[in-house]
Design a binder for this molecule. Structure first.
Ligand code: DAH
Length: 332
């Protein structure tokens, strides 16, 4: 019996180690552990042994089975490892060469505008600041002088997030909360621009998107006046659009600035485009940002990057920007 078991084990282990693939190994496994396999037969023959031999023979069969199983497991992992290594080599992509005739991608037109704007403002001495897209109602509204119940809140078509007390967490409706975060974060003088994504519960049409991009600007320093604001807008207009483009401010209302204005860009052909809002930072906003309005003054502005890109490239429907159609995107 023991001799027979040794033979069974030796040939089973040899068969296992002879398998050259996981599939072949699976077959060997059925052969070795199947019902009509020699090992199973040996197991069954235990019943025919005299009772005093049965126990030790049974143990011998189990030990043999254990060794065969371990041989199977070991060979299975080394085969799996080898197959994975082969697969990795086979699926390896050579990214070091661009095949002939292939086109190289480029930044999306909104990204291009975003980066060009950053360059223009950094060139004028501004730093780029950031804030979160998920905001508190305090940063997005209260601190910007829009208390609960203020009609300006309704104008924003806010998308609220199910977090904390209802109505306290939202997707920022504008980049203006970055003004607050920056003021709380650093002492004046402050010269920052904050480009970023903003969200409103809006149906997409030619001039609106539920997700779009704005660029916010904030300056806080000694003796900042409306002339500094107008001069900055004018300098930016020329730097971004080129010679022949000018700007103007028209009185308007925003809760976070006083006085407030809307600014327009004039194209060389004389036509005007409404671009964004601006004004002198409201004392309540400076206070919310921890800055003393008696010692510091500032101006702020904000406008849509997508609209600006659309205007620069003559795109008349904002939705075109976001369909991802390469025939459209390749033009820019
Ligand atoms: N946050 C305003 C909006 O989304 C735009 C704006 C207006 C930003 C005036 C400003 C500002 O910083 O001074 O409609």
């Amino acid at each position: 019996m023991i001799d027979e078991l040794n033979t069974i084990e030796t040939s089973a282990v040899a068969a296992i180690e002879g398998a050259t693939s996981l599939a072949a190994l699976a077959e060997v496994k059925t052969e070795v552990f199947g019902k009509s396999a020699p090992l199973a037969k040996a197991q069954r023959s235990l019943g025919t042994l005299p009772p005093e031999d049965r126990k030790s023979a049974g143990r011998a069969v189990n030990e043999s089975r254990g060794r065969i199983e371990r041989a199977l497991d070991a060979h299975r992992s080394s085969l799996a490892e080898a197959e994975r290594a082969t697969q990795l080599v086979a699926e390896r992509l050579d990214l070091t060469e661009v095949p002939e005739g292939a086109t190289v991608g480029h930044a999306h037109i909104v990204t291009q505008a975003w980066q060009a704007l950053e360059d223009v403002f950094v060139g004028m001495g501004f730093r780029v600041a950031e804030g979160p897209e998920v905001e508190t109602d305090w940063h997005n509204f209260d601190a910007l002088n829009i208390p609960p119940g203020h009609p300006a809140r309704d104008g924003f078509d806010t998308i609220y997030v199910d977090h904390g007390r209802p109505g306290t967490t939202l997707l920022r409706t504008h980049t203006s909360p970055v003004q607050i975060r920056t003021m709380l974060d650093q002492e004046p003088p402050i010269y920052i621009v904050a480009p970023g994504r903003v969200f409103r519960r809006d149906t997409a049409d030619a001039t609106h998107m539920p997700v779009f991009h704005q660029l916010e600007g904030l300056v806080v320093d000694r003796d900042i006046s409306l002339a500094d604001l107008a001069g900055t807008i004018e300098a930016f207009t020329e730097a971004y659009f080129g010679p022949g483009f000018t700007s103007r401010l028209r009185p308007n209302y925003f809760p976070f600035t006083e006085p407030s204005a809307e600014f327009d860009i004039q194209r060389p052909d004389g036509s005007w485009l409404e671009l964004g809002g601006c004004g002198m930072v409201h004392p309540n906003v400076l206070n919310a940002g921890g800055i003393d309005p008696e010692r510091w003054t500032g101006f702020a502005f904000g406008f849509g990057i997508d609209r600006l890109a659309a205007m620069k490239y003559g795109v008349d429907d904002l939705r075109e920007l976001f369909t991802g159609d390469v025939r459209f995107l390749n033009q820019f």
